[in-house]
Design a protein around this ligand. Sequence first.
Ligand code: SF4
Length: 476
Amino acid sequence: MTQLYEVPAKVLAFQPTVDFDAGLLSRLGKSGPRYTSYPTADRFSDSFGYRDYLHAVADRRTRGNARPLSLYLHIPFCDTVCYYCACNKIVTRNRERAATYLAYLKRETEMQGRLFAGMNDIEQLHFGGGTPTYLSDAQMGELMDHLRRCFRFAPDNVGEYAIEVDPRTVSAERVHSLRAQGFNRISLGVQDFDADVQKAVNRIQPEAETRAIIGAARDAGFRSVSIDLIYGLPRQTPTTMAATLEKVVVADPDRIAVYHYAHLPHLFKPQRRILDEDMPDSDAKLRMLQLCIERLTAAGYVYIGMDHFAKPDDDLAIAQRQGRLHRNFQGYSTHADTDLVSCGVSAIGAVGATYSQNVKTLEAYYDALDRNELPVARGARLNMDDVLRRTVIQKLMCQFELSVSTIEQAFPVVFRQYFAAELAQLKAMEDDGLVSVNGDWISVSSRGRLLIRNVCMVFDRYLAVPSAGPRYSKTV
Ligand code: SF4
């Protein structure tokens, strides 16, 4: 793996720990946001539209405090449906639909590129979906060339250019081609190596195929290979999970994400095809989570937070140790000070103190672009309290600790007065050994790390107001 700078031995030696306490997790695990934004997306309002977004960009320009950009592109199409899926996707084998979408996506990126003219330096690119590799090799090459005409990209050894890949949709040659097209990070959806579990979720993906794609990514020179797993799927047991983890460790990815499957069939139609009797119970799910933590940390992976693990010399783990880790809609990120420009249906961007989300249907998306308007449907303009709480939640999610004096230097508040009610709530968590509040520092203990969402929820003032959006998944 390429490092951009030499990492001091002291930094490499420090490893944050996480303790698994089944009793504590079953007592305190509850529904809660994942805090990829604050306020969370279910709090966005449709009174925020295209013109508000233009104001946010103009504000950046007039204040002269332009930041590098993160660019997110959403490709919503998939060939087949995975029964656990809760994403905004379109399942179709009609490739014509992707060609039409691509034409509109190019139009949107061109408009965004013009809007940020003179300040459109990209340091981070992320393709998500759906299935980004639903686009053919030629379509992807064409799109990447188009993006380079619209934006200026940082060199390969500085920028993080990532793509989510469904191993079932690519060959080794295609992986080499993606690298040549400019991607340097690849994230592979695996979910589970067990054939029975794969059948129960309608995602048949032979282990040999996945291993071949990982090998191809290494050969092609991808800087980081990451794997996504899910625990809590139908027909999964601690025994099948243990076997899957052994295979993951042998595959040796740089990063691993282990997501909790939230079974909400009343909200997500594909999940209705999962049989209730195939679902593992809460005890089995906790045991699987425990296995993931124990096996991956024993294999040398560092627990980053939420559902993420990384090798100690991976950029993500280094950024965390150096206090540079950031959280956005794509999860954890090493590039903290960027504005996020997002293109495609349902994509969410973050510019300055605003969030904006695009329309969710293809019809509305095409319609807005035909009117020469960016397809912004909703969003949020943050006030000082939101920005302050966002900073507090970011620090806790990313670093597991918070310096009170640093917050007081950045915001016109006396922390202990402003957050008196929140600090009183943290007292119960202190008694449970989840956090400690000492002098200048609020620190989340190794016992509290798996419940980090509970800690952050204390600082979320919107939770007192019922949300119109879907319910949150459980914190564990
Ligand atoms: S899990 Fe991914 S590949 Fe499967 S249906 Fe959902 S978006 Fe498509």
